[in-house]
Design a protein around this ligand. Structure first.
Ligand SMILES: Nc1nc2c(ncn2[C@@H]2O[C@H](COP(=O)(O)OP(=O)(O)O)[C@@H](O)[C@H]2O)c(=O)[nH]1
Ligand SMILES: [Mg+2]
Length: 458
């Protein structure tokens, strides 16, 4: 059968995904296409893992039920503590999404070939009498809602769909990293970063080299940090989703703190994107040149050859301030599983080269809002999402880097206004870069007039 089309609008689908805390919905069954029949529903939806049944009525209600367990026409009740009923939409806009958890889990779902989706011991039955209808039953002991709230007491269905729910994101009770998500903390992080002074006077600003495949959000990261210190969402670095590198010039970005007009103590160095194919994207032999500071701003990269000492603009004797003090690998968190082997290999090779020069490294995992759509509204749940944790661990394995050197972020990509929780995650990544860059300076003796603090150069 050709692809069947979901009745949910994009917005409604997003709302449902948020309710479910999942990543993806796959439409399995649609009453108007397959027939309003319990047997057909079971033939299609059995053994599919977690599913959500969605009903639509002519009063504008969208409602239904979720079970984490597979249907199997077992003729028994499925015991599911995670089952719930929901209303995604009511007649009026003010009827916001509603989630009704199961009361008696032992009767969460009745799994019988003669019954359509049947929740809470018959409290809500879809495809009732093998027709486009719904039944609600108040006498089940599992009844925690009024039909009025769920479907406006309109029992005829315009449609009934069942989706497989993929990658249900489980939330941990306690976040696995502690973050304070207040606007005071945001301000504190901004102040710490703006006031930061590298330990050596000869290095007024840290240079941080950004590396990663095309389209992972490198340019978006600079723009996002710039936006925070500007006070509103802005852009400087060109952002694009072209499959080949939009950035072909070496560009260095300074960020001004609008509070005092001074530049931040960090310079972001943007490179051409890494590509899977040999001879395409940034040439990894360019990396030592970049690390040692031989490559000037606005250098036009050549994917087939690295910069030679004879080239015009080659910085012959870079000083410590011109060198790279920290390398940041930027990885798209939603695509880490499909990072091609060649690209993973290139990244590990760059890591080896950076290790040789003793340059500390950080991994930024971008697009956490795509790993787990519910984070789009609430990034502060990032360290409670098991899916994000899994992706971070996976990134650690693929790059051979410890988990403590990986930080998740969500860049500004579609929003017009700043948000505290988005800013805090971005600022924490910047603070981590400063700390790592500082640890690189530990390899060098204090210069004259340098800050002495508690440090002794004995
Ligand atoms: N949803 C989402 N989209 C992002 C994020 N970061 C970047 N993008 C989008 O990803 C695309 C590529 O971003 P870009 O910064 O140009 O990547 P670059 O090639 O690494 O510089 C753009 O369409 C961005 O808007 C993020 O954290 N979340
Ligand atoms: Mg770019």
């Amino acid at each position: 059968m050709a692809d069947i089309k979901s009745r949910l609008t994009k917005e409604e689908k997003k709302g449902l995904i948020d309710l479910l805390g999942s990543k993806h919905l796959c439409l399995l069954y649609k009453g108007s296409v397959h027939g309003y029949n319990a047997n057909i529903f079971h033939n299609i939806c059995n053994r599919q893992g977690p599913t959500v049944a969605v009903a639509y009525n002519s009063s504008g209600y969208i409602f239904g039920g979720f079970t984490v367990l597979s249907y199997a026409s077992s003729g028994t009740y499925l015991v599911d503590e995670k089952a719930f009923l929901f209303r995604l939409k009511g007649k009026e806009e003010k009827l916001c999404p509603l989630k009704i958890p199961v009361k008696n889990a032992s009767q969460a779902v009745y799994d019988h070939s003669s019954s359509g989706p049947n929740f809470f011991g018959g409290s809500l039955i879809l495809l009732s009498q093998n027709s486009a209808a719904v039944t609600t039953n108040v006498d089940t002991g599992n009844y925690l809602f009024l039909g009025e709230h769920l479907h406006g007491n309109n029992y005829a269905l315009l449609e009934c769909e069942v989706y497989r729910v993929e990658d249900v994101d489980e939330r941990m009770e306690k976040p696995w990293r502690t973050v304070i998500w207040t606007s005071g903390e945001r301000r504190e992080l901004m102040n710490q970063i703006a006031a930061y002074k590298p330990r050596l006077n000869s290095v007024p600003q840290f240079r941080v080299l950004f590396l990663g495949p095309v389209g992972v959000g490198k340019s978006s990261f600079f723009n996002s940090v710039k936006s925070i210190f500007r006070g509103y969402v802005t852009s400087q670095a060109i952002v694009g989703s072209d499959s080949t590198s939009v950035t072909i010039q070496y560009r260095t970005y300074q960020i001004k703190n609008e509070d005092n007009g001074k530049p931040l103590p960090i310079i972001f160095c943007d490179t051409m994107g890494l590509e899977e194919k040999l001879g395409a994207g940034l040439d990894i032999d360019e990396v030592p040149n970049l690390l040692q500071g031989h490559v000037p701003d606005r250098y036009q990269f050549n994917p087939s050859a690295s910069m030679q000492p004879t080239a015009s603009g080659y910085v012959k004797c870079p000083s410590l301030k011109d060198q790279i003090h920290c390398v940041v690998f930027v990885i798209d968190g939603s695509k880490i599983e499909i990072l091609p082997d060649n690209l993973g290999g290139k990244l590990r090779e760059i890591r080896r080269k950076s290790n040789k020069f003793g340059v500390p490294q950080l991994v930024i995992l971008t697009k956490v809002d795509e790993i787990c759509p519910s984070l789009e509204e609430n990034v502060s749940d990032v360290y409670r999402s098991k899916t994000v944790e899994k992706q971070m661990q996976f990134a650690a394995e693929r790059l051979g880097i410890p988990l403590c050197q990986i930080v998740p972020v969500k860049n500004y990509s579609s929003e017009l206004d700043l948000k505290d929780d988005v800013d805090i995650l971005l600022l924490m990544a910047v603070r981590q870069m400063l700390r790592l860059a500082e640890s690189y300076l530990d390899n060098f003796p204090l210069d004259k007039n340098s800050l002495v603090d508690s440090y002794s150069d004995s």
